[in-house]
Write a protein that binds this ligand. Structure first.
Ligand SMILES: Cc1cc2nc3c(=O)[nH]c(=O)nc-3n(C[C@H](O)[C@H](O)[C@H](O)COP(=O)(O)OP(=O)(O)OC[C@H]3O[C@@H](n4cnc5c(N)ncnc54)[C@H](O)[C@@H]3O)c2cc1C
Length: 276
């Protein structure tokens, strides 16, 4: 997966587009003061873990904010990913220590907050929990802290006016004025390598997750990162064999301390049976 840019159209009005923006946007500050227009000091786009966590702190500080989320719930990335539905972020509930900072270092899923009831370990007891438990967690967290999230709202267009105001437009052409916009729309997009015949292959983002589809098959996986290992682990007891190829030697996260390298959850069983 590679970094993506949010598919939001951005425009800066430096005076040249003044006429096309319309008078209403120039008198927005006054309309806001008169409570005629919809205005917020902070607008956050996206209610993934990033947007929700920012929302928590804005709420705690009593700031005037709103979060826009295109899906009907928070954490929608985790509705589809990881494809084989097991998180690779550890949920180590016991460390032998009562030090909260220390314990948080072993809890890779909890958002920060004041209430220990809102720690992820209250939502799953598994070390590598099901992805659905994260969706349930983040939505409970958002409603517990009464975060101001507007669901089913996709921001399609952002304009900046006179270095003072952002004008956000959603899919229904509703307009919101904001002083500060925080984009929390996520980072990943499938990386499709320039390989002849790549169109004949299935990408991680749309491979079948139905086990019987792999029964007795010989499977080649391009890549040896977490998604590749996750897939290998999910299918290897169905297959004839799984062959994985990659450009580099395998780097294990516990060795390199880089979270993007292979996590233990994806290499406990699969490495021993796969040809790598
Ligand atoms: C294959 C894969 C597996 C992963 N597995 C794990 C794991 O097991 N454990 C773990 O901790 N991390 C995992 N990660 C990393 C994790 O997904 C990210 O760190 C996390 O989702 C980033 O949170 P975010 O809030 O920045 O973005 P996202 O979670 O992507 O949230 C972005 C939100 O913005 C919304 N949005 C996008 N555009 C708009 C718009 N125009 N208007 C309104 N809303 C919009 C989306 O609907 C979405 O809800 C995985 C990542 C990948 C690629």
């Amino acid at each position: 997966m590679k970094r993506k840019r949010a598919s939001i159209r951005l425009e800066e009005d430096n005076g040249r587009h003044e006429r096309s923006c319309g008078m209403i946007e120039y008198i927005a500050p006054f309309l806001c003061l008169m409570s005629v227009a919809q205005c917020y000091k902070y607008c956050v786009i996206g209610a993934g873990p990033g947007g929700v966590q920012i929302g928590y702190y804005l709420q705690k500080l009593g700031r005037d904010y709103i979060i826009f989320e295109r899906s009907n719930q928070a954490g929608s990335f985790f509705e589809k990913y990881p494809r084989h539905r097991k998180l690779i972020s550890i949920n180590k509930r016991h460390t032998g220590s009562t030090n909260k900072e220390f314990n948080l270092r072993h809890d890779w899923n909890s958002l920060l907050g004041d209430d220990d009831q809102m720690l992820f370990k209250e939502f799953s007891k598994e070390m590598f929990p099901p992805a659905d438990s994260y969706i349930s967690y983040i939505n409970t967290y958002a409603s517990y802290y009464k975060l101001n999230i507007r669901y089913n709202t996709e921001i399609k267009h952002i304009r900046k006016i006179k270095s003072m105001w952002f004008v956000l437009e959603d899919q229904h052409n509703n307009i919101t004025h904001c002083n500060i916009v925080i984009v929390g729309t996520g980072l990943s997009l499938p990386f499709i390598p320039n390989v002849t015949g790549i169109e004949l292959t299935d990408g991680y983002e749309d491979i079948s997750t139905f086990g019987p589809d792999y029964e007795g098959k010989s499977v080649l996986i391009l890549g040896r990162g977490n998604s590749a290992f996750e897939t290998a682990q999910a299918i290897y007891d169905r297959t004839n064999y799984v062959h994985m190829i990659g450009r580099h030697r395998i780097r294990l996260a516990w060795e390199t301390h880089y979270v993007g390298d292979i996590r233990i959850g994806n290499n406990i069983d699969s490495q021993k049976d796969c040809i790598i």
